[in-house]
Design a protein around this ligand. Structure first.
Ligand code: NAD
Length: 453
């Protein structure tokens, strides 16, 4: 049984559904495979269906926003933004159905030589809970736009949001073209065993297992995974701006974004930034995610809270200093106060691993080269930030940071859906997603030679 509970009030069961058995996953994929031929046939009906879905998202915006707040504890203002983004993603890909699907070339002798992109068939999508509408849709919308059918295995913690998406798409798409299969890892594994293309977002361990299983079957796979995202602050940076940005990027939605800032690396005197950062964190509104004022709500589960508290405790035991983190939080729900730590050894988990919650490490670098070495000295490479007004530093450092997203004078968190998204090193496997990159992933290119008889 899948039981999804509200993080701010764990006695509130948002939805309870049976987990999908392997045989049911096979059946959903078979139904999708049968439905996808008609779906792939003509572009205009696909565009119309995706626009209709965007319209329904907009019509149901308030309900969806409430559901995101309730099911995954996302603060209301961010939840509202996610709903708007979801509609925008649907519209963006609705129009892309009209993009060229190939190119005509000069034949080597006579006739016609051309390339043609075709859908793979059934896309198996496996998603996390932290963007419970946007991530499923930033995968499903392009998969559908380019003529695939979709079977989605959502995170158990975001089951109700996924079912709300299914309700909307059911009203707009032909039967069988989009199906949600609620479940845990086993349901995801079953999906990887029968889909024609696999897109995963989640943790490194699960992503590697998914990529290995899909790779063994020879089907295209992409896995977007965790981050341990640094923000480097150079001595000339505007301290107040940098502090405001790293606070938002580290603590917004309780640090539960793959692009959240996990380390702030200061070059030069750390004191002004330390003071401004701690003050900004202590000024954050922590509490009920239903309020539009709240910036930091609960983390998603009791285990997630325990993991943050354990990391803070182990930092202390390793000689680190807690700069802030003792703020009172509501008793009910999985709240943990936004925490900033410094002075831990270089191999401490807060310096190397992803702790998915509102905890951030402040580090000092001797000089710019040391800062780059520290930023790059982790196995992840999703996002990296840089604060400076020195154009030479910007030009030289943006090319030296091992990250799929490099943000200058901007928070590491935040993604533009119309640009390619993905990381380096352990953060990603396979091609980028979103933007125009999605067309490449959800189709394969065929070269067609038409010779004169
Ligand atoms: P998770 O890895 O626990 O679960 C992700 C999904 O994979 C869930 O649907 C889960 O049921 C499924 N799953 C788990 N094991 C599986 C297996 N062996 N085979 C098939 N499916 C399996 O991650 P989570 O806790 O839901 O999400 C948090 C993680 O996601 C963090 O590490 C975060 O950084 C990452 N994330 C990455 C991005 C990105 O785009 N890079 C975006 C959001 C979240």
């Amino acid at each position: 049984m899948i039981v999804s509970r509200s993080p701010q009030q764990p006695t509130d069961v948002v939805v309870e559904v049976a987990a999908t058995e392997s045989a049911q996953v096979d059946a959903a994929v078979a139904r999708a495979r049968a439905a996808r031929r008609g779906w792939a046939q003509a572009a205009a009906p696909r565009a119309a269906a995706l626009h209709a879905a965007a319209d329904l998202v907009a019509t149901r915006a308030e309900q969806l926003e409430d559901l995101v707040v309730r099911e995954v504890g996302k603060p209301r203002t961010e939840a509202r933004g996610e709903v708007a983004r979801t509609a925008a993603i649907l519209r963006y890909y609705a129009e892309q159905v009209f993009d060229p699907v190939g190119a005509v070339h000069e034949p080597s002798t006579s006739g016609l030589l051309l390339t043609q992109r075709r859908p793979h068939g059934v896309a198996g999508l496996i998603t996390p809970w932290n963007f419970p509408l946007a991530i499923p849709l930033w995968k499903a919308a392009p998969a559908l736009a380019f003529g695939n059918a979709v079977v989605l295995k959502p995170a158990p913690e975001a089951t109700a949001c996924a079912l709300a998406i299914a309700e909307i798409l059911d009203e707009c798409l032909p039967p069988g073209v989009f199906t949600v299969v609620p479940g845990e890892a086993q349901t995801g594994q079953a999906l990887v065993e029968c889909a024609d293309v696999v897109s995963f977002t989640g943790s490194v361990a699960a992503g590697r297992a998914v990529a290995a299983a899909a790779g063994a079957r020879g089907v295209p796979v992409q896995a977007e995974m965790g981050g341990q995202n640094p923000s480097i602050v150079l001595p000339d940076a505007d301290v107040q701006t940098a502090a405001a940005h790293v606070t938002a990027a580290a603590m917004g939605y309780a640090g539960q974004k793959c692009t959240a800032t996990k380390r702030v690396i200061v070059v030069g005197d750390p004191e002004p930034l330390r003071e401004a950062f701690v003050a900004a964190v202590e000024a954050l509104a922590v509490g009920d995610p239903g309020s539009t004022q709240t910036v930091v709500g609960p983390v998603v589960t009791e285990q997630a809270r325990a993991r943050v508290l354990q990391a803070a405790e182990s930092a202390r035991a390793a000689g680190g200093r807690l700069l802030t983190g003792a703020a009172p939080v509501p008793d009910d729900g999985w709240y943990v106060g936004p925490t900033v730590v410094e002075g831990v050894p270089a191999d401490h988990e807060l310096a190397c691993d992803e702790v998915f919650g509102p905890i951030c490490l402040l580090q000092q670098a001797r000089d710019v080269d040391d800062a780059v070495a520290m930023a790059n000295g982790v196995r992840f490479g999703l996002a990296a930030g840089l604060y400076t007004n020195d154009l030479d530093a910007v030009l030289s450092l943006t090319g030296r940071l091992d990250a799929g997203l490099v943000k200058v004078n901007a928070p590491t968190s935040g993604v533009d859906f119309y640009l390619p998204f993905g990381g380096e090193k352990a953060s990603s496997i396979g091609g980028r997603e979103q933007g125009k990159a999605a067309h490449d992933f959800y189709t394969s290119v065929h070269t067609v030679t038409i010779a004169r008889p």
